[in-house]
Design a protein around this ligand. Structure first.
Ligand code: ADA
Length: 573
């Protein structure tokens, strides 16, 4: 959200820093914190820097900031990984244990302006303390304040705009939207405010009776324009809280949104009433030089490459996305599957009450942060959980119920690795399959590439036979490793040639099969993963299934996918 009246400033920049290593967190005293002899940029993953590469332990980030005396404030953290405790003026304010979900810290008013913020961060894996992060995940998890930090100065004794949500309604083509305005601070029973779409005249809402702390309105966007990948038109709604007599503006917030509708029925996906086929990639927010703190320029470069490949879709694997990236997707017209952090969890994780609580909190934070993005069409969760078993059902049910209650307009799904044996597809709007025929488990096959199309068809046929013909099916992952620069006349596993032919066949089948609503290939660019259990299947300790390598250099698969995704419109590259 953007603010004109509310003072908002960035706390990004150079902070004081100390790496404490494998210290005892219980012994940490915020009143006598360790010296911070170094400087560290925020956002940063400290272990993306050569000095701390591969190190695990606690670290302290510290800086001063100012708030006008007597005013409360709020500090919004885009993400702190893996685990954090935040202190203001030496006092504990908040603990957070999901390294990709946004959260906020309240700063109570003080008589003086100068304040101190201390962020204790820990990137050690510890199931009891941080059950959402585990070392077996197939992507490297870093430590640090990895996304933006923003300071909001709030009104002392007046309501402020906590959140504005705009939901395209039945008549969205004529600009009809349902708007929910949530107020924070001292919220009276009635609030006066204005709403203003784009450059239109503000509409006055005098002494509106609130439901809880919310005003719920049905409004019409003047001169409405529909958002679609071909024409990503955006609108803005600004809400300004007025004093009871309407003479003073107290606080404001503007939200950018798009008029569009996503539906799943008749075994297909529909965007704005037109049948939709997804052509896309899974993408990790990662670059070897920056870890998970990708510069905006790199995000734009990635989106340009995805556009050139002929994509209209990105699955944000496997965690809530950076808001800068979703803003770009809104502007450039990409469709996005955003998902909560999850990777291959089994019974041990589902048994953990702390996991269930943290997972639910991160889910809510994701929807809260992203529900205005027209690019986001699917909420995902729990990638490759043990969905061939019954024990996952309560958490799946709870997750779906939460998503539906928070957002009645988008589709929900989880990516399943059990296409033929999954037991919970009845819960989701879109069936999403992670398939690796011709890669995993094909040892000894004479012609592994020949396995791809028949296996996809078998999965689709079985789903129809199992009674899911009404639900759209997408292939949420499919891919093979190709080592950048590795060519061999035999075109064997790990060559660029094998990978290129693999992705060509997978894309052709996914786009050509009328029962399949699209594909997110695994994956856009190579990413760092772990040694340990994975290393023998992961040359370089990277997941090398990128169509581009980690520096975004295209492999042979690039031209192969591009030609399928663009229907042969592009010439060879
Ligand atoms: C899974 C997983 C991905 C990646 C992939 C692979 O489907 O969801 O994160 O690990 O397998 O490369 O094996």
């Amino acid at each position: 959200m953007q603010h004109l009246i509310r003072p908002v400033s960035t706390l990004n920049g150079l902070w004081d820093f100390a790496f404490l290593g494998p210290c005892d967190l219980a012994a940490f005293n915020p009143m006598a914190p360790p010296a911070c002899p170094e400087k560290m940029p925020v956002p940063a993953a400290f272990d993306a820097l050569p000095a701390y590469a591969g190190q695990r332990g606690a670290a302290v980030f510290r800086r001063r900031f100012s708030v006008p005396p007597g005013r409360p404030a709020r500090i919004e953290f885009g993400a702190v990984s893996l685990w954090t405790r935040v202190y203001v003026d030496g006092l504990f304010r908040r603990e957070h244990a999901c390294g990709y979900a946004p959260f906020a810290v309240e700063v109570p008013p003080e008589a003086h302006a100068e304040r101190e913020l201390l962020v204790l961060v820990d990137n050690r894996f510890d199931f009891a303390r941080v059950p959402m992060h585990e070392e077996y995940f197939d992507f490297y998890q870093y430590g640090g304040i990895i996304r933006d930090v923003t300071l909001h100065v709030l009104p002392a004794r007046a309501p402020f705009v906590e959140r504005v949500q705009v939901w395209p309604a039945e008549g969205y083509r004529e600009g009809r939207v349902n708007v929910t305005i949530e107020f924070g601070g001292s919220v009276p029973a009635v609030v006066s405010f204005t709403t203003q779409f784009d450059r239109a005249e503000p509409e006055i809402h005098h002494e509106v009776k609130l439901q809880g702390a919310q005003a719920v309105l049905a409004l019409t966007v003047p001169a409405p324009r529909i958002w679609s990948p071909d024409s990503p038109a955006l609108h803005t709604l600004r809400v300004t809280v007025r004093s009871p007599g309407m003479e003073t503006d107290l606080d404001d917030a503007a939200v950018r949104f798009g008029l569009r509708r996503i539906k799943a029925h008749g075994g297909a996906l529909w965007l704005n009433g037109e049948r939709l086929k997804l052509r896309g990639y899974n993408r990790h927010e990662w670059h070897p030089n920056y870890g998970p703190c990708t510069p905006t320029l790199q995000m734009i470069a990635d989106l340009q490459l995805l556009r050139d490949l002929g994509c209209n879709f990105i699955r944000g694997s496997h965690y809530p996305q950076d808001q800068r990236f979703l803003d770009l997707c809104d502007e450039l017209g990409f469709l996005v599957w955003e998902e909560n952090l999850g990777w291959g969890q089994r019974a041990k994780t589902f048994d953990s009450e702390k996991f269930r609580r943290d997972h639910e909190a991160a889910l809510r934070a994701m929807v809260r942060a992203s529900s205005h993005h027209p690019s986001v069409i699917i909420w995902g969760f729990l990638n490759e959980a043990g969905t061939d078993e019954a024990y996952v059902r309560p958490v799946l049910e709870q997750t779906v119920a939460t998503l539906r209650s928070l957002d009645p307009t988008r589709l929900v799904s989880y990516a399943s690795m059990f296409a033929l044996t999954d037991r919970h597809f009845d819960l989701v709007d879109v069936i999403a399959l992670n398939l690796y025929p011709g890669w995993y488990g094909c040892e000894g096959a004479e012609a592994p590439l020949e396995l791809i199309a028949p296996f996809i068809r078998k999965c689709l046929t079985q789903l129809d036979a199992a009674g899911f013909a009404e639900k759209p099916v997408v292939i949420s992952e499919i891919g093979a490793e190709g080592l950048y620069g590795w060519h061999d006349a035999h075109h064997g596993f790990f060559t660029e040639e094998y990978q290129a032919e693999y992705l060509r066949r997978a894309s052709e089948e996914a786009l050509g099969n009328p029962r399949c609503s699209g594909v997110a290939l695994w994956h856009f660019s190579d990413v760092r993963t772990y040694g340990g259990g994975w290393s023998l299947k992961r040359p370089r300790t990277f997941n090398n299934k990128g169509t581009l390598d980690e520096y975004r250099r295209p492999k042979a698969a690039y031209a192969a996918v591009r030609s399928v995704f663009s229907g042969g419109r592009h010439g060879p590259r």
